[in-house]
Design a protein around this ligand. Structure first.
Ligand SMILES: Nc1ncnc2c1ncn2[C@@H]1O[C@H](COP(=O)(O)OP(=O)(O)OP(=O)(O)O)[C@@H](O)[C@H]1O
Length: 588
């Protein structure tokens, strides 16, 4: 991941996201200008109040001066309402659009992307970075704009009101602000550190809670408490440093500001006493000077935030622009696939991008006949799952090709390819939602009858009917807990409903209870009828049923054939058969 640039240039792409809202942007700018004008004319109101309201000597003078102040205040209030609403709206809108754009892009990225970029980091970009951007567009950016406007305006008004005093201020303001800015920067750095350490306290606790069973089963509670306490204390130590600096900052700021102000009042007061300047002018002048000072302070304050926002923007825009390495071909092949397609890996060599030095498959050739079943067997790490990854085109091989009905799968539209295939994984993924939603995940518009028929074929209907709310029972994190065998049958029902031409089955290695095993086995047999099937096989019964067995080792094809022949001819297979293949209860 690239490091953010220092400047604010990386905020530029975000401006594209403002384009659709031009009218609001213009309205917000007008409101900004209007409010800045109103704020500045407060100085004039103040001057009128002192010179004419107090100095005029009558209640009528006072009334009209206060009336003027109220009018200006009302204009300011209305302008601020419009400005605040519009600018915050833009901030929220842009970050919502960015969130959507990021998610829309990453959900289509090649799976390999998520190996080199941790999902936690991507999540944090989606939430933290967009939130940062939202506050910054919604508040810091508008603060900076507003302050720049009032700063320039107040400077002009200052010089108009009193040239000599203005020159004194021009020298004085930096003298007062410099130490404050230096201190402020130090405080900000410490507060960033403080935030980081709080975040690490949070993630530490998160990990422990997630693995609470392991922690308790190894009786590491005290150790974890102590380690956690250490993290918390570290965060506290940083926080203590930060608040000490902050207290110092406030104290220095008060002293310096009022010292400066006193100097100015001394100089200006002399002029008022000698009659060169009215009291109202001095009042207005002080007002403008305060606005200049606070404008400079605000801008320097939000500058750091704007830089952080630029970093966040750059990372987000990068995420919306990352290209998937697995993309549709420019001119997809238009050929229709047969109803029982044949598959083949032809001289495939493949290395995972994260492990370029080891070939997961090497010069691997394996035809898979149409409508037949093939069992893949081999020791752990042989490359069986890798074959599945390539057949679904989650990766492209570096050499050789994968074909379906003789067509290179890189020439097919991804959707056309993946529609033909259903995968039943070893550990089925269930989404938060009810049973019906999970079964119909691949075909959301399936009818209730179709869903139930699929569940029946998967031998799942019976146990689903016994769940508290049947097909409406909630699965996922807070939902009903299903056993391993039940989860598999839901996954089978999902595959059945999709009616795929090609079935990829990763058989569970973990033992299911006898009844589950029986049901899963039966469901599988039905599902395999008339489909091209590839199975990563662990059960003897599956292997015996398969039309062909392919023995793999270290990314190479070692032998193919039938069980009996392989037992005699292939030492690796004989050993695997002896050690690994579990007898299925229904078969033995
Ligand atoms: N995502 C990945 N990134 C890098 N290397 C991987 C990845 N997945 C698998 N490998 C490596 O590729 C090789 C083949 O792995 P694969 O998962 O295909 O084996 P397998 O035969 O399915 O094993 P098992 O039966 O244990 O699941 C192994 O050396 C493994 O470490």
């Amino acid at each position: 991941m690239s490091k953010p640039r220092d400047g604010l240039g990386s905020l530029l792409p975000v401006l594209n996201y403002l384009k659709p809202y031009k009218a609001r942007l213009v309205a917000a700018s007008l409101a900004l200008l209007f409010t800045a004008g109103a704020t500045l004319s407060l100085g004039w109101g103040l001057q009128t109040l002192i010179d004419e309201g107090f100095g005029g000597g009558t209640s009528a003078d006072l009334r009209s001066a206060i009336g003027l102040l109220l009018t200006i205040a009302a204009a300011m209030a209305v302008g601020t309402f419009v400005r605040f609403y519009l600018v915050s709206w833009l901030g929220e809108r842009v970050s919502a659009d960015l969130r959507k754009a990021v998610f829309e892009n990453i959900v289509r990225l090649h799976p390999g992307y998520f190996e080199s970029n941790r999902s936690g980091e991507i999540m944090s970009r989606l939430t933290t970075d967009t939130t940062l951007l939202q506050t910054i567009i919604g508040s810091s950016f508008s603060m900076a704009l507003r302050s720049s406007l009032t700063l320039v305006g107040a400077l002009v008004m200052m010089f108009v009101t009193n040239l000599k005093l203005s020159l004194i201020i021009a020298v004085g303001v930096p003298l007062v602000l410099l130490p404050i800015l230096v201190f402020g920067r130090r405080v900000r750095r410490l507060s960033n550190q403080s935030q980081d350490s709080i975040a690490s306290v949070g993630s530490y606790a998160g990990e422990i809670i997630q693995h609470i069973r392991v922690v308790q089963s190894y009786t590491r509670e005290q150790f974890e408490s102590d380690a956690f306490a250490l993290e918390v204390e570290r965060a506290f130590a940083i926080a203590r440093k930060r608040i000490r600096q902050r207290a110092l900052l406030i104290c220095t700021a008060i002293l310096l500001l009022f010292a400066g102000m006193s100097g100015m009042l001394w100089e200006g007061g002399q002029d008022v006493i000698s009659g060169r300047m009215s009291g109202g002018e001095l009042g207005a002048f002080v007002f403008y000077a305060i606005m200049v000072g606070s404008g400079v302070a605000t801008i320097s304050e939000v500058w750091g935030e704007l830089q952080r926002a630029a970093g966040a923007a750059e990372r987000l825009v990068e995420l919306t622009r990352t290209q998937s390495l697995i993309a549709d071909p420019v001119t997809p092949c238009s050929a229709q696939l047969s109803s029982q397609p044949s598959l083949a890996l032809e001289n495939v060599t493949f290395r995972y991008p994260t492990r370029p030095d080891v070939a997961a498959l090497e010069a691997f050739s394996l035809p898979i006949e149409s409508g037949r079943s093939l069992a893949l067997v081999g020791p752990s790490g042989a490359g069986k799952s890798t074959v599945f990854e390539l057949l679904q085109r989650f990766y492209d091989p570096q050499e050789g090709r994968v074909t379906i009905d003789g067509i290179d799968i890189r020439d097919l539209n991804l959707q056309q390819l993946r529609e033909q295939i259903a995968l039943v994984p070893q550990q089925p993924a269930l989404f938060t939602g009810d049973v019906r939603y999970n079964i119909a995940y691949g075909r959301p518009n399936a009818t209730e009858a179709e869903i139930q028929a699929a569940a029946r074929t998967a031998h799942a209907h019976e146990f689903i009917s016994q769940l508290p709310a049947g097909y409406d029972s909630h699965l996922g994190e807070q939902g009903v807990r299903l056993s391993g065998g039940q989860r598999q049958r839901i996954a089978l029902a999902r595959a059945i409903l999709n009616d795929p031409k090609i079935l990829l089955l990763d058989e569970a290695t973990s033992a299911l209870d006898t009844e589950s095993e029986y049901h899963v086995q039966k469901a599988l047999e039905e599902l395999m009828q008339g489909r091209t099937t590839v199975i990563i096989a662990h059960r003897l019964s599956t292997i015996l049923h398969a039309d062909k067995i392919a023995v793999m080792d270290k990314g190479r094809l070692v032998a193919t054939g039938k069980h009996q022949a392989l037992l005699q001819d292939n030492a690796l297979y004989a050993r695997l058969a002896q050690l690994q293949f579990r007898e299925s209860d229904s078969e033995s």
